[in-house]
Write a protein that binds this ligand. Structure first.
Ligand code: SF4
Length: 495
């Protein structure tokens, strides 16, 4: 009997998920474009373009290859599936286990049958076994277990290169002169143009060119470009924020991994094959492998392990509304923030350090509501799946879970941004100053943040050094007065 195989927009791969068990002769492949998904949030234009156009390209490729495919536009995903089910009432609906709580619930209620989700290297059950045996959920411990379990970069029982990580080699600031190379750009085709013409009016951001591929072929081209031109120097500069290159030596593969155009297993295999050629330093290879088999799997595992209510955490009682600068870079004179938000407006992406140390750090220090910040991160980043953003924002970025994921908050003054980026020289603020009209807002707000949460952080032994610094601060009253001015100015878009 014919089966209905539902393909979610983040599972676009013929070799994985429900497509792995699909039968070309008998099964009916269905993709649904949910109008509610498109319009209920202020999504970045490029995020919508990427997701919709990739799905339409995937549907066309399947049709061209002889599959029986229906691509539907419907009010909701479930409405679309109901429509198909009415035509084929005896057909079972099959799909891979969805990647979000919300879709999993609605498909479960609809009566869909799930097959294993192999878009990740670690099943939720396997992760749960690891997590339930841990006192703290340290990513490094998970990562080492992954290296052993998957036998990746292992020399028997020892790590290749004699160490589990090479972080110490991978913290170089941007050099004064460096050839970052040009990022790969693509050319819009008819499908892309059609999607652009249909984008909702409330969508945010710009589309000035095709930064993100929308097909498997383009995703593979991006992967090949990374391994050929950037892999070697990825590691040493992975944390640096050069002013002259938005992509530095980053792979730009996360969107494709997160919508299924690339599989983690093939990216790891390509990295190891390239490493075996001999001219890639272990620091670059290990740093990249850690992102894929460590961080990515850990964050996905924690998303499911911590449960659906985890996203509601707000243990630092942060209630400030999202600052206007997050949607409009002209609403701030902080050069780092203006530059990073402009990058996001231009292409829906910036790498992990501006996300963490510029954007999230600012949300944390100013006490922006974690849920508002989470919504914004979900809407504007090209690769912002729910499973990525919930643990990253609630746990890592805003410390709203009280330390479940990370034992201490990622709070920092302007010194870190000054060291790792090239923003401060042309900024009207001074990263070394904490008081005065030209004090760096990060530096002022850092001490104010520690003081506001002194009672909580005094109980955290990992904050011992920072709290000691706060106690030794000679002009706290002056700092707090400036912090109040800064917070007020940020709310009005005048700092
Ligand atoms: Fe950012 Fe402060 Fe540096 Fe200005 S001085 S660029 S606000 S870190």
């Amino acid at each position: 009997m014919q089966r209905i195989i539902y393909i979610a927009f983040d599972q676009l791969n013929v070799a994985a998920g429900a497509m792995r068990i699909a039968d070309k002769a008998n099964d009916h492949i269905v993709l649904v474009e949910s109008q509610r998904m498109l319009t209920t949030r202020r999504w970045h234009k490029q995020r919508l373009l990427f997701l919709l156009s990739s799905a339409r390209h995937f549907a066309k490729e399947l049709t061209d290859a002889g599959w029986n495919v229906t691509y539907l536009k419907s009010a909701t995903t479930i409405d679309g599936l109901r429509e198909i089910k009415q035509k084929y009432p005896d057909s079972e609906v099959l799909c891979a286990t969805p990647n979000s709580f919300e879709l999993k619930k609605s498909l479960t209620d609809f009566g869909a049958t799930f097959v294993a989700n192999d878009f990740f290297l670690t099943s939720a059950d396997l992760f749960s076994i690891w997590a339930s045996g841990q006192k703290t959920f340290t990513m490094e411990n998970f990562y080492r277990a992954q290296r052993k379990r998957l036998a990746i970069l292992m020399d028997g029982t020892e790590p290749v290169g004699g160490a589990w990580n090479f972080d110490a080699d991978n913290r170089l600031p941007p050099p004064k002169v460096h050839d970052w190379g040009a990022p790969l750009y693509f050319v819009f085709d008819e499908i892309d143009q059609q999607v652009i013409s249909e984008l909702p009016e409330n969508a945010w951001g710009k589309i000035d060119g095709k930064t993100w591929g929308t097909s498997r072929t383009e995703a593979l081209a991006q992967m090949a470009n990374f391994f050929k031109n950037h892999f070697k120097e990825f590691g040493p500069y992975e944390d640096s924020m050069p002013g002259e290159s938005w992509s530095a030596h980053h792979s730009l593969l996360s969107p494709y991994l997160n919508n299924g155009l690339l599989l983690a297993s093939e990216v790891v295999e390509a990295a190891l094959t390239r490493f075996a050629q001999g001219d890639i330093p272990i620091s670059s290879c290990e740093g990249f492998i850690r992102q894929i088999i460590g961080w990515r799997e850990y964050i996905n595992g924690m998303y499911w392990y911590l449960g659906q209510d985890y996203r509601e955490n707000n243990q630092l009682s942060a209630t400030r509304e999202l600052l206007p600068l997050f949607h409009d870079p002209a609403k701030t004179e902080m050069n780092c923030v203006r530059s990073v938000v402009t990058d996001i407006e231009d292409r829906g992406w910036t790498h992990h350090i501006p996300r963490l140390m510029v954007l999230s750090n600012l949300a944390l220090l100013t006490g922006v509501s974690p849920q508002e910040f989470l919504d914004w991160m979900r809407e504007v980043f090209i690769d912002a799946a729910d499973w990525v953003m919930v643990p990253n924002v609630i746990g890592m970025a805003t410390h709203a879970d009280g330390g479940t994921l990370m034992t201490k908050p990622y709070a920092a003054g302007g010194a870190y941004i000054s060291k790792m980026g090239q923003f401060c020289k042309s900024c009207k603020y001074d990263p070394k100053k904490r008081t005065g009209d030209d004090a760096c807002p990060y530096t002022t707000l850092y001490w104010d943040f520690l003081d506001r949460h002194a009672e909580t952080f005094s109980k955290n032994h990992r904050m011992f050094q920072q709290m000691g610094g706060l106690r030794r601060l000679s002009n706290l009253a002056e700092v707090k007065e400036r912090a109040a001015q800064v917070l007020n100015g940020l709310e009005r878009g005048q700092i």
